[in-house]
Design a protein around this ligand. Structure first.
Ligand SMILES: *Cc1c(COP(=O)(O)O)cnc(C)c1O
Ligand SMILES: [Zn+2]
Length: 412
């Protein structure tokens, strides 16, 4: 792959050959997260705006020149090219002029994680593996299981017992071996790492595998292309492990370095109040310390984030910031998003919107700035929390008088 130079450790800066089985830095261990370093002039020789515009592959693979993936290993599910909506009514409610909502819940397994899992499957094929494993709060797992099924690879998945039923159902349908671990995500993670070591499976754990962030970067590249290279002032993402926001930032840097855009956005990272180790580390300018996992937004309930370095780099380099939201603010955002533009997000999927709302009210983001929020996961994965956001329907017998009564008390 001429576009990839090497892998570089975020801690000690040493470089390593980019083999498909490379995980963390051999010298630094688990904290030595590796970064894929590209030869930008090689990419620029390969692709430009005209070539991209003529490309009829409407999936994340239209950005293959920027990805560490061999064309022959690309899996078949259509990941990416999710819609972007200009959300005028919602923008007005929030008090800003321009708002775009990108619905990444419309990926094949209904979350942004498909972008990372598709790359994991490609790398597992390149490595000649027959089984891929990961621990996950839910979406990394279901996306891995779906993408692996599409090429006939086996999966062994470790989820914490709190994972919502919709996500567990996806895993089982995609044929994964599912281990529901009694305990937190951190405990599921530890067990998965031991099992991967013991059986030599391909490792799709967030941040441990340096290629996952590269898949996630296609979300922001795509957003920019869909906005005709008009870069928003702010990109907003919810944050758990930190790979998503780190990936989105890398996508912007890669576009900038290859001459596709002429400036960079600021990144707003949003965590749940009940689990916000990265926000705390950012605000206090200190290393990340383990936190409790106390929020309904299960996909971002990550007490020991695995990729704080890349996430914090994204926030700092972009002159962005981190913000926390309460579970109630998340539920309110879910209802607001659904009722103003018809997009249904899961709690972690709409936490970004809740964070934007707060950032506008605190004047961190001003009314004339252009903002894009990515909805990272579909609400049908977790209907229990959705009903919590809305309340129950009107329940009556089949009786017209009762209907008239009920509707009139609601002013309809
Ligand atoms: C995983 C996930 C996130 C956060 O991504 P991280 O890489 O863990 O920061 C946000 N929203 C949803 C729906 C997710 O599944
Ligand atoms: Zn190192």
């Amino acid at each position: 792959m001429p576009q990839v130079k090497y892998l570089q450790c975020m801690k000690c800066n040493k470089t390593f050959e980019a083999t498909p089985n490379s995980y963390t830095c051999p010298d630094c261990g688990m904290v030595g997260i590796l970064d894929v370093i590209y030869d930008y002039s090689a990419i620029s020789r390969e692709v430009n705006k005209d070539i991209l515009q003529k490309n009829k592959d409407f999936s994340m693979w239209r950005y293959l020149p920027w990805l560490p993936v061999l064309p022959e290993t690309v899996p078949p599910l259509r990941v990416g090219w999710t819609p972007v909506y200009k959300a005028d009514q919602l923008a007005e409610v929030l008090g800003i002029k321009t708002l775009y909502i990108k619905d990444d819940g419309l990926n094949p397994t209904a979350s942004l994680k498909d972008r990372a899992s598709a790359v994991a499957v490609a790398k597992a094929l390149e490595a000649g593996a027959d089984t891929i494993a990961c621990s996950s709060t839910g979406n990394a797992a279901s996306s891995l299981a779906g993408n692996a099924a599409s090429v006939g690879l086996k999966t062994c998945i470790f989820v914490p017992e709190r994972a919502p039923q919709g996500k567990v159902a996806q895993l089982l349908i995609f044929g994964a071996t599912v281990v529901s671990v009694q305990g937190s995500y951190e405990e599921a993670f530890k067990l998965s790492m031991e099992a991967i070591e013991r059986w030599g499976w391909y490792n799709r754990n967030a941040a441990i595998n340096p290629y996952l962030v590269e898949g996630k970067k296609t979300v922001s590249m795509e957003l920019c292309e869909q906005l005709n290279w008009d870069v928003p002032d702010w990109l907003v993402f919810s944050v758990g492990d930190g790979c998503t926001i780190a990936g989105a930032w890398k996508g912007m840097v890669d576009l900038y370095e290859t001459g596709f855009i002429d400036h960079l956005p600021k990144m707003l990272g949003v965590q749940a109040e009940g689990c916000c180790p990265i926000t705390t580390a950012f605000r206090n300018n200190e290393p990340v310390r383990p936190a409790e996992e106390n929020t309904i937004a299960d996909s971002i309930a990550v007490g020991v984030p695995r990729n704080p370095d890349k996430a914090l780099r994204a926030i700092r380099q972009s002159s962005g910031t981190m913000i926390n939201v309460s579970d109630q603010e998340i539920l309110d955002a879910m209802k607001l998003l659904g009722s103003t533009i018809g997009v249904f997000g899961e709690p972690a999927g709409v936490a970004g919107l809740a964070g934007l709302r707060k950032a506008v009210s605190e004047e961190v983001i001003t009314s004339n700035e252009k903002v894009a929020v990515v909805v990272t996961g579909n609400g049908l994965k977790d209907v229990q929390n959705a009903i919590k956001a809305t309340g129950e329907p009107i329940r009556i017998p089949s009786d017209m008088n009762r209907l008239v009564e009920e509707l009139s008390t609601r002013g309809l």
